[in-house]
Design a protein. Structure first.
Length: 152
């Protein structure tokens, strides 16, 4: 059974996500949090496998909360769920330790796939996010190659 904590400052979204997740025979929502501080506290109490974490929350944002949760238990896996398709936010989420990055505009099926994928220890990004990651990697590689060629 995949144990899930949902952290989002909107109650109706928490409830909707719980309905989608609890319909799955292999998943259960074990806790909710309305802000980043509560997310950390509840993750430490309930020890979920997966935390679905909104980025923009009161008292502590999702990335700060994710880092704190992972510091306490590196086995917990984080999926950032946000309205923002900002490239920098995606990179900061991955740098903070999130294995998944999903937009709130994606489907419930995408969320379930993300939970199962991340629970296995794999990263979950939609194709558009993967494309951004590859483009940045290629750009950085070319920049490093140019710097090395100037040193010759």
């Amino acid at each position: 059974m995949i144990r899930v904590l949902i952290a989002d400052d909107h109650q109706i979204l928490r409830s909707g996500l719980a309905l989608i997740i609890n319909e799955q025979p292999d998943m259960r929502v074990v806790s909710f949090a309305k802000d980043g501080v509560e997310a950390v506290q509840n993750a430490l109490k309930t020890n979920p496998d997966i935390v679905i974490m909104d980025y923009n929350m009161p008292r502590k944002n999702g990335l700060e909360a994710a880092e704190e949760i992972l510091k306490a238990n590196e086995q917990t896996k984080i999926i950032i769920l946000t309205t923002s398709d900002d490239r920098d936010l995606m990179f900061r989420s991955l740098h903070a330790g999130a294995l998944g990055f999903l937009l709130k505009s994606h489907s419930g099926e995408d969320l379930i796939e993300a939970i199962r994928t991340v629970n296995k220890g794999y990263a979950y990004l939609k194709p558009d996010a993967t494309k951004m990651l590859i483009e940045d990697y290629i750009s950085a590689t070319k920049t490093r190659a140019r710097r090395r060629s100037y040193k010759m």
